[in-house]
Design a protein around this ligand. Structure first.
Ligand code: UGA
Length: 474
């Protein structure tokens, strides 16, 4: 099938590369000519594990080309719309890019084609899209509209594309689903060897869900909002655990054993970020309100998330007493590991807050430094976690990169001014850290004093005086 993918962002580029990998002839388009040239030259506009190798293999095999939107829609049999839908000031999704693509399709397609909406869009966008396509069509437009929301996660996008839990298709006529089924057949039947993980043993076939377009569009927003709700819920439980001296890890374990709850997305931390959850929750509240439903539950999910960074800053203040003039290291800038994406990343908000408070901030991330520097130039960006931690009075871990679990704690201990770690993602081993003389404060669990201070596990949050004792004990 001649497939075109419009939009070369995280979703579009992954979709284009993976559809080519399963044998389709794919043209990927973007308005940004500079980005297209980068891709033609084998350069990546962002970091996503395994994407570069899949792109490169399929470009070399002639299955994947980069073209302008006009050229890509001409002669296409299936067009995936994967352009961004960023939030407007009022929280609504900005659909101007989707509308522009619709106009291009209406004017330049030749013959019958499937128009597949993959961008995250408000419910009833499909209906609008159909109207728009008809309105701008040069001749009689023969097309079917499909909603096919994407559920892949940044950082594991390639694996998620090949092994989805479900493929959701929203159609106006049942027969159209058959055409989509043909596109996804190798994935539905799991008939291929995972091209990026030779050791991958995943064989579970995804669920195939065919529904109407409105329901399909709602499935995407409802899913992301529900996951965000789980995170805000566990973050509140974590705050409660801190207040009463309980351990959120044990609480989450006990809750997650109930199959009706499940263990996933019960990791507390500094809050959810990225270009999906914050904007999708906001948009879903707005969509509901426009339909006359007050989704106040989700407003609270947002509010809880907005308070996470301030909560961490308060914990730091409690320990350091004053933040002004203190040297603080921030480890992790991307909104999650295995990506260089800093959009709506809690780390960027934290940098703003700490610098605003008068701290001197040194930051490190294995991948996201340049993107962070572009949006927040007022920190000192370092080439290693050790360099960022030099002379620091506190290290704040914001993203749970694997690299942070492999740190040489003895080496780190020698460079810091004060051995104090705030683990904003509960990613480190407290016993290991305290053995090396660090005072360890995590989320929703009692702080753990270093063995050298002799304070033992379960000590309540220390006062500034106790903090100084940690420093003295070096
Ligand atoms: C999310 C969804 O998981 C995907 O299914 C969806 O396709 C995507 O949005 C999208 O709409 O495009 P993504 O934003 O890449 O994917 O990342 P997640 O792994 O879902 O993490 C989102 C945020 O939640 C991160 O900041 C992460 O640190 C945070 N999180 C996640 C927690 O704080 N606790 C958890 O237990 C899980």
């Amino acid at each position: 099938m001649k497939i075109s993918v419009i939009g070369a962002g995280y979703v579009g580029l992954t979709t284009a590369a993976c559809l080519a990998e399963i044998g389709h002839s794919v043209r990927c388009a973007d308005n940004d000519e500079a980005k297209l040239n980068m891709l033609r030259n084998g350069q990546m506009p962002f970091f996503e594990p395994h994407l570069e190798e899949v792109l490169s293999r399929n470009c070399k095999a002639g299955r994947l080309q980069f073209e302008s939107p006009v050229s890509a829609v001409t002669g296409a049999e299936a067009i995936f719309i994967c352009v961004g839908t960023p939030p407007l000031d009022n929280g609504e999704a900005d659909l101007s890019a989707v509308a522009n693509v619709a106009r291009t399709i209406a004017q330049y397609t030749t013959g019958y084609c499937l128009v597949i909406e993959k961008s995250t869009v408000p419910v009833q966008t499909g209906q609008q899209l159909k109207r728009h396509l008809q309105l701008y069509a040069r001749n009689e437009l023969r097309c079917d509209l499909v909603s096919n929301p994407e559920f892949l996660r940044e950082g594991s996008a390639i694996h998620d594309f090949f092994h989805p839990d479900r493929i959701v298709i929203g159609v106006e006529r049942e027969e159209v689903a058959t055409q989509l089924r043909e596109i996804y057949r190798p994935i539905l039947e799991q008939t291929f060897q995972c091209p990026v993980h030779a050791e991958c043993t995943h064989t579970q076939k995804p669920a195939w869900i065919v529904t109407d377009t409105n329901s399909s569009e709602l499935i995407k927003h409802a899913s992301n909002s529900f996951l965000a709700m789980k995170i805000s819920f566990i973050n509140m439980v974590a705050d409660l655990c801190e207040a009463v001296g309980a351990d959120v890890t044990k609480v989450a374990l006990g809750m997650g054993m109930d199959p009706r709850i499940g263990p996933a997305f019960l990791n507390p931390g500094i809050g959810f970020g990225g270009f999906c959850f914050p904007k999708d929750v906001q948009a879903f509240v707005r969509i509901a309100s426009q339909a006359g439903c007050d989704f106040s539950l989700l407003k609270e999910v947002e509010n809880i998330n907005k308070r996470r960074v301030a909560h961490v800053v308060e914990k730091v203040r409690k320990e350091l007493w004053v933040i002004r003039g203190r040297k603080i290291a921030v480890w992790g800038l991307a909104f999650k590991p295995n990506t260089d994406d800093v959009r709506f990343a809690p780390a960027i908000e934290l940098l703003h807050a700490l610098v605003h408070e008068g701290a001197t901030v040194s930051a490190y991330d294995p991948q996201a430094t340049e993107k962070a520097r572009a949006v927040f130039p007022d920190a000192r960006y370092c080439a290693s976690p050790y360099e960022a931690a030099r002379d620091a009075e506190a290290i704040l871990i914001v993203t749970e990169w694997e690299e942070f679990r492999q740190i040489d704690w003895q080496r780190l201990r020698a460079v810091v001014d004060r051995p104090l770690i705030f683990d904003g993602r509960n990613t480190l081993d407290a016993t290991e850290l305290t053995r090396h003389g660090f005072h360890y404060i995590s989320v929703g669990r009692p702080p753990v004093m270093s063995e050298s201070t002799g304070s033992g596990e379960g000590t309540p949050a220390s006062s500034p005086v106790e903090g100084e004792r940690v420093a003295d004990a070096r």
